[in-house]
Design a binder for this molecule. Structure first.
Ligand code: CA
Length: 225
């Protein structure tokens, strides 16, 4: 098993790492949430062990960010706080299991094995990107908003995927041209604006809350925050 451990208490992190390595697991440790999120974005892990109270991003925020990006790696949350509220917050953010500190190592190991097994079974699950009530299923290339299905062409789907992966960040026409069309457009072309308008008609037109916005002189932003 390849495991990412995100834990800011050095002693506990070392204890978990040593124990897992003795069980033939490959372990990487991050000591804050921001680093943990980066590692999880860059490398495929079988399971992530994630502390809740962390410097930088806390465990809930890390979980939520990874899930929104379509990362489905099973997450086991660790916390000193055992309240029902924390458990619910963790599960709502997208965690798969929960372990309260202090715990016995064999308990941790049993939970990780169970998560790994479950993760393997659902590893063919298709990634779904979410922004507000908009969902994009990258498997069958369909979107839905507020439960209503939206049919997209292949190009519209790629454009929406790009906007959703970069949500809450302004993306320029040049970036869109390079990343979605893989070519460099003449500055005079309005192809991108045309496609963004197609997409808006499908995604925003019938809804009070608009997600795709024009940033005059710069480009576009898909906003859900
Ligand atoms: Ca901590």
């Amino acid at each position: 098993m390849k495991i990412l451990v995100v834990e800011d208490e050095p002693k506990l992190a070392a204890f978990i790492k040593t124990g897992l390595e003795a069980q033939a697991c490959a372990v990487e440790v991050a000591h804050d949430g921001t680093r943990g999120r980066q590692l999880a974005q860059r490398h495929p892990y079988d399971v992530i062990v994630l502390d809740v109270n962390l410097p930088g991003l806390n465990g809930f925020a890390v979980t939520q960010a990874l899930r929104q990006e379509g990362n489905a790696t099973p997450i086991l949350m660790l916390t000193a706080l055992g309240s029902v509220d924390d458990k619910l917050t963790g599960f709502e953010a997208g965690a798969d299991d929960y372990l309260v500190k202090p715990f016995e190592f064999r308990e941790l190991m049993a939970r990780l094995r169970a998560l790994h097994k479950r993760g393997g079974e659902k590893s063919e699950a298709v990634p779904v990107l979410r922004a507000a009530d908009l969902e994009l299923n990258l498997g069958n290339k369909t979107a839905s908003r507020g439960g209503r299905r939206i049919e997209l062409t292949a190009r519209e789907c790629s454009l929406l995927e790009y906007l959703m992966r970069n949500r809450n960040r302004v993306v320029s026409r040049v970036e869109i041209a390079e990343k979605v069309w893989d070519i460099h457009f003449d500055t005079g072309t309005n192809t991108i604006d045309v496609y963004v308008n197609f997409l808006r008609k499908k995604v925003d037109k019938e809804f009070a809350r608009k997600l795709i916005h024009t940033v005059i002189g710069t480009g576009y932003i898909l906003k859900d925050a």
